[in-house]
Design a protein around this ligand. Structure first.
Ligand SMILES: NC(=O)c1ccc[n+]([C@@H]2O[C@H](COP(=O)([O-])OP(=O)(O)OC[C@H]3O[C@@H](n4cnc5c(N)ncnc54)[C@H](OP(=O)(O)O)[C@@H]3O)[C@@H](O)[C@H]2O)c1
Length: 300
């Protein structure tokens, strides 16, 4: 499976990208882009102008999402942990094309100082609306079984930091009385049982549960929605090198999935949850091409 490169207009498998498709459905119904900017009851549509924080927005999936949102004039705070060179390159690329403001924040989400800095950067761009927590770590143990230290690090990276940030972000929205959307990134291993992934999957499963619990607590009049996207094997970011090495070829060759995921597949699901007129909360959307459903075909 060829891995997509940024900026290509069409994936190498020839499947057309969204931008290339017709602007209306066959029955004449206009696609979303063409519709009015608000509903009849006055609820606004569209993300333009709504400040979003993408924690981990400089990684493989995050940078595709950032590019799409930037093009829609969404002011963005991009958080990253340590790769400053890459983060600055991403920000420079975005600032070089039309869109809204971009702020960069460096630091570990598990540190309170980082979380505060992300929230302050969002407020400096306007009224905070969206949070997408893309930050995560594949938590691959060095040996056959993860050590307690490796497990602790995974809990910190894949659960504690993301949930503490989501909680702080939600508290800010509730205090300000403004609506918002929070999207957490789990993984197919957090919603189904993949042997050997305990170190990574355990905290990612906890993230799903905590996200749904937050949605329940924040529901009702406050209008803060929380949802989770659980990607499968995606040809970007932390899975890209493994895909290149052929680690997951058996999933395609064995007929479980037709292709690996693209970052765009995941960003589309995230954007669905971010939409300000969305009526969906407390849900988990697995974006894995059916791998969790069909993995059993490999055993037969
Ligand atoms: N790619 C896949 O196939 C796949 C599959 C399932 C689930 N996911 C999930 O989707 C999310 C995005 O994946 P990706 O492939 O885009 O990851 P990625 O390319 O490795 O990017 C991760 C991003 O998060 C940042 N980050 C990591 N740990 C952090 C921490 N403790 N504090 C602050 N920032 C931190 C990284 O910053 P630095 O690089 O500067 O450290 C980077 O910006 C992750 O949560 C991942 O678990 C991905």
């Amino acid at each position: 499976m060829p891995e997509r490169e940024d900026g290509e207009q069409q994936p190498q498998d020839g499947e057309p990208r969204r931008e290339d498709r017709k602007q209306q459905h066959q029955d004449g119904e206009p696609r979303r882009e063409d519709r009015e900017q608000q509903h009849e009851d006055g609820e606004p549509r569209g993300l333009a102008g709504r400040v979003c924080v993408l924690a981990g927005g400089t990684g493989g999936i995050g940078s595709v999402l950032a590019r799409e949102l930037h093009a829609e004039c969404v002011p963005l705070v991009l958080g990253y942990r340590r790769d400053r060179v890459r983060a600055e390159a991403r920000a420079m690329e975005l600032r070089g094309s039309p869109g809204a403001a971009i702020a960069l924040v460096e630091g570990d989400l598990a540190e309170e100082e980082t979380r505060r800095a992300l929230l302050a950067a969002a407020r400096s761009l306007g009224v905070p609306y969206g949070l997408v927590v893309l930050a995560g770590d594949p938590a691959r143990p060095a040996g056959a079984a993860p050590t307690p230290a490796e497990m602790e690090a995974s809990v910190r990276d894949n659960y504690l930091g993301p949930i503490l940030l989501a909680r702080a972000f939600a508290a800010g929205l509730v205090a300000a009385g403004t609506p918002g959307a929070i999207v957490l990134l789990s993984t197919m291993q957090g919603v189904d049982l993949f042997e050997g992934s305990l170190c990574y999957a355990g905290p990612k499963a906890a993230l799903v549960h905590a996200g749904r619990l937050m949605a329940k607590e924040l529901g009702g009049a406050s209008d803060v929605r929380v949802n989770v996207v659980a990607p499968g094997v995606t040809a970007a970011g932390m899975a890209a090198a493994s895909i290149r090495r052929g680690k997951y070829d058996r999933f395609v060759a064995g007929g479980a999935i037709r292709r690996f995921g693209r970052a765009e597949d995941v960003s589309r699901a995230i954007r669905f949850f971010l939409e300000p007129d969305s009526y969906v909360t407390g849900q988990v959307l697995t974006v894995d091409g059916g791998l969790t459903l069909r993995r059993d075909v490999l055993a037969s």
